[in-house]
Design a protein around this ligand. Structure first.
Ligand code: 6PG
Length: 469
């Protein structure tokens, strides 16, 4: 049994167990490790007879079972536990062994761990894994970053287990250090944005078009067969069809409207602020989860203020407007997230290939969407493209749908339906595509009250004026 297993995995929760069984399905031998004997036994029971899978609660037995250089993936919650596991493994490892953190670790933690382990001759990868439990079992999108040479040892396994888009694996070496975790973080930021948008469109169809759950199910299913085809639109259509198993009616109507979060969307927003890259469709998605959490205050405030009576729209009209507005705002959200990646790449030295990232998001991950095929093409056509909105291939798509976004934002404002994701996407578009913004006035104000200086349109240099007071 010693030195023979191709792959090791620590953390046999649902994700870990599914991932290791996926590895074994592809013909690699795999060894699992977890402190919980029940999880170890469950894995052996599930895969032990049919696959070359084994497991132990003992870290020494686990490490000794692996072929060198050892490839050990951690699928555990982000945070201190990752450091604790690394410390436990370290004395058992040899030079050039590889540890891969498959969780949603914060990227600066990955940088710290990578530097620490490099000093000990161990390679460390931060590899975002997207696709949930089902993805882990059947094919996730994997976003690895770390040492390029060491990746060659991991590559055959990751390419085999990852999702495939038209036969191409949804995994690629993304860059050094925390590149993989960073990309996964922004993936999640985009995920927050797309989820917020699909929920606003649901609200518009329900309040503005009187759509019932069956009609919502049909509409989202129809959309999923068109240019909006995506995992999130698909599961949304299925959610509207789900009966409540406790009472009569559909489950969606019984779910408390407070959305939780584990932090990756917030990190995306926070880091975008640090970089100075605007991602308002993601920012507002985080804020909306925060507003949703204020349920009790919302109930009180609801009673204090009148809201307009909603003027209903004809079903066919609102369906057409919402389809176009959703497509428009999906594009804007991807544009913002990818812009952040391009900028972060320069700032942190990741050397990210945006086309490569869009390519590995086409299947397996939560934000997979037909649109990503076009996005991949756009970034392949211009490797230096900073923002999707500058790609000639996207001008028509945006131009043809923005009018519906305008109409719906105006309609929603007039009727008191909150659509902050949609309106932030529209405002971002209007601002990003304006050659002249009124921020000359802000510069004048700054110079007026604080002598902060300004530049001029018509001549070089930095100016200050003694404003007449
Ligand atoms: C994925 C998901 C996953 C994350 C969920 C939940 O790509 O498979 O992004 O990593 O756990 O998005 O995140 P929140 O709890 O923050 O909504």
């Amino acid at each position: 049994m010693k030195d023979t297993y191709d792959f090791g995995l620590v953390g046999l929760g649902v994700m870990g167990r599914n991932f290791i069984l996926n590895v074994a399905d592809k013909g690699f031998s795999a060894f699992g490790n977890d402190l919980d004997a029940e999880k170890v036994n469950a894995l052996i029971a599930e895969g032990g007879n049919t696959h070359k899978v084994n497991a132990s609660t003992d870290a020494k037995v686990f490490v000794e079972a692996l072929a060198k250089p050892r490839k050990i993936m951690l699928l555990v919650p982000a945070g201190k536990i990752v450091d604790a596991i690394i410390e436990g493994l370290l004395p058992l490892l040899d030079k050039d062994d590889i540890i891969i953190d498959g969780g949603n670790s914060f990227f600066t933690d990955t940088d710290r761990r990578e530097a620490y382990l490099a000093g000990k001759g161990i390679h460390f990868f931060g590899a975002g894994v997207s696709g949930g439990a089902k993805g882990a079992r059947l094919g996730p999108s994997i976003m690895p970053g770390g040492n390029r040479e060491a990746y060659q040892h991991v590559k055959p396994i990751f390419e085999a287990v990852s999702a495939k888009y038209k036969g191409e694996p949804c995994v690629a070496y993304l860059g050094p250090k925390s590149a993989g975790n960073y990309v996964k973080m922004v993936h999640n930021g985009i995920e927050y944005g797309l989820m917020q948008l699909t929920s606003e469109i649901y609200d518009l169809l329900k309040k503005g078009g009187n759509f019932n759950n069956d009609e919502l199910h049909e509409t989202y299913s129809k959309w999923n067969a068109g240019r909006l085809q995506s995992f999130l639109v698909q599961i949304t259509s299925e959610i509207f069809a789900q009966d409540d198993d406790l009472e009569a009616g559909k489950l969606v109507d019984k779910i408390l409207d407070k959305a939780k979060q584990k932090g990756t969307g917030k990190w995306t927003s926070q880091n975008a602020m640090d970089l100075g890259i605007p991602v308002p469709s993601i920012d507002i998605a985080v804020s909306m989860r925060e507003i949703s959490a204020l349920k009790e205050e919302r109930i009180t405030a609801d009673k204090l203020y009148d809201r307009p009576t909603v003027e209903h729209m004809n079903k066919a009209s609102i369906e057409k407007l919402t389809e176009e507005a959703l497509y428009f705002s999906f594009i804007i959200t991807y544009a913002q997230g990818l812009h952040q990646l391009a900028d972060a790449s320069a700032e942190y030295g990741y050397e990210l290939q945006i086309a490569e990232i869009a390519k590995i998001w086409r299947a397996g991950c939560i934000i997979r969407a037909e649109l990503l095929a076009d996005i991949t093409t756009a970034f392949n056509a211009n490797k230096k493209l900073s923002n999707l909105l500058l790609s000639p291939s996207f001008v028509e798509k945006v131009q043809n749908t923005v009018a519906s976004a305008r109409e719906l934002v105006a309609y929603a404002a007039k009727n008191g339906i909150p659509v902050p994701g949609l309106s932030n996407s529209l405002t971002y578009f209007d601002a990003y595509t304006s050659a002249r913004l009124p921020l000359n006035l802000i510069q004048a104000q700054r110079d007026y009250f604080g002598s902060h200086t300004y530049e001029r349109l018509d001549r070089e240099g930095v100016f200050h004026t003694e404003w007449e007071q």
